[in-house]
Write a protein that binds this ligand. Sequence first.
Ligand SMILES: N=C(N)NCCCC[C@H](N)C(=O)O
Ligand SMILES: O=C(O)CCC(=O)C(=O)O
Ligand SMILES: [Fe+2]
Length: 326
Amino acid sequence: MGFDFHSIPIIDVSPLLDKCDRPMMVEDQGVLKVVRELDEACRVAGFFYVKGHGIPDSLVKEVKEVTRKFFDLPYEEKVKIKMSPKTGYRGYQRLGENITLGKPDMHEAIDCYRPMESGEYGSFGKTMEGKNLWPENPANFKSLMEEYISLQKELARKIMQGIALALGGPPETFEGERAGNSFWVMRIIGYPGLAGEMQYNDVGCDAHTDYGLLTLVNQDDGIHALQVKNRAGEWICAVSIPGTFVCNIGDMLKVWSNGLYEPTLHRVVNNSPKYRVSVVFFYEPNFDTAVEPLDFCKEKTSGVVRYQRVVYGEHLVRKVTTNFST
Ligand SMILES: N=C(N)NCCCC[C@H](N)C(=O)O
Ligand SMILES: O=C(O)CCC(=O)C(=O)O
Ligand SMILES: [Fe+2]
């Protein structure tokens, strides 16, 4: 590994999206170019921007606008949809409630998960059971977010076909029993800006990796706050680029790929005077999927098993139940 990254590559995924789900996709030159770019980005940075993603710019902007309006409401209004263990960890968390590296993060958020019926995964799923909690204000919040979720899910599924090819496997590797019923997560997040005399803000969200497969970040325009750690230990800024999503890979892809692709530490520091919003979609494995190195990945690593089997839902529950101060 004689190279390191100082910027994050931009990948136009439109050729992949056009040809996805078709048997001939693996012979298409446009698809193969995207696949090579995904492979390079996943090996070197664990992060990339996607453009040409096909999600209307108006919707991408609107979800951030309603997010800003929600966080602008008084605390009493926001706490009506308070997150707790009883709500399956769904709902609103105030500033400082999320803990990373043992310290409170300076962000507030609404956490959403794929809805889970009671008893759907027996006692193993109990912690995450529930429906999402949506605010009454802004009135169109729920419908916008649900439309956005369905488009993000489809986009992420297609990018995962490209990543499957990049790893040398069949495009449908992450469909069906692996991630065909993704236990997706969405975090709707707000980070206060610098106030008054303050020169440096507290950390908005401290260094972590994401838990699942693929994360798509819809970040605020004009504020550069998301930072990504390269192998030399330098923090590289994932500047906001209008029309793109910042994508990064999660812990479960590390296990499935047997370490060919590894997630990258990242954090958020909002040193701008402006309140920053982001809407982050996490495309994850099925809740009950046992994740273990894929045969075609093990072959590329001389058969050595680098990571042990982990059930995604157990990994998630371990994280979620230790993430909060209350
Ligand atoms: N689902 C994700 N990735 N959430 C990230 C939240 C912030 C990191 C978390 N407190 C932690 O320590 O993992
Ligand atoms: O707000 C951001 O830009 C990224 C947030 C993040 O890393 C996370 O929620 O996992
Ligand atoms: Fe993250």
